[in-house]
Design a protein around this ligand. Structure first.
Ligand SMILES: [Ca+2]
Length: 177
């Protein structure tokens, strides 16, 4: 391989093709458990431990059967434990700019987050309705995880920051490419 890279530019192209073929093979989807989201205190946490070892190029997180009666209470984060890298998928939409309680929309569906998705979660959350299942851009880019090893512990953290309205998560999935 290194011999090829020292040759002409044609060889470099071949190496890039080889790399992209490898990434295509390394798509792995993992499923984590759900549970009750503690209302106004603590957090729901679950870890997916990945044994497969490849270099991560993109990350998609899906929250399945996420139900809650006040989206403005909720913070959802993905944490790569070994590096301490944390990405906010959503963080109390509408709080504090709309009100100290955030937007009142409900969650009831399956919500996927990836940098390639265009859905504006906060804009939909502002409509005072049930936030539709769909594909949304995370609040912070998941691309900060790019280049990490897939092997390790991936943790989902869901906080409910205000007592009163509550909810639960059915399960979650992590797709690493
Ligand atoms: Ca609450």
């Amino acid at each position: 391989m290194s011999k090829l890279m020292n040759q002409a530019s044609t060889a470099t192209v071949e190496v890039e093709l080889a790399n992209s073929a490898t990434s295509t093979v390394s798509i792995a989807t993992f499923v984590g458990r759900g549970g009750i989201i503690p209302d106004g205190m603590g957090s729901f946490q679950d870890e997916i431990v990945v044994a497969d070892n490849f270099k991560v190029s993109s990350v998609t997180v899906t929250l399945n059967d996420l139900e809650h009666t006040w989206v403005g209470d909720i913070v959802v984060r993905l944490r790569h434990i070994e590096t301490g890298t944390v990405v906010d998928l959503l963080r109390r939409p509408g709080q504090p700019q709309f009100s100290s309680s955030g937007y009142s929309s409900d969650l009831n569906g399956n919500y996927s987050f990836s940098d390639t998705f265009k859905g504006n979660f906060d804009a939909v959350a502002a409509e005072n309705d049930v936030i539709p299942s769909g594909s949304y851009a995370p609040l912070q880019p998941l691309s900060v995880l790019k280049g990490l090893s897939s092997a390790g512990s991936w943790q989902l953290i869901v906080n409910d920051c205000s007592a009163g309205d509550s909810g639960s998560l059915g399960s979650w999935s992590l797709e690493l490419v």
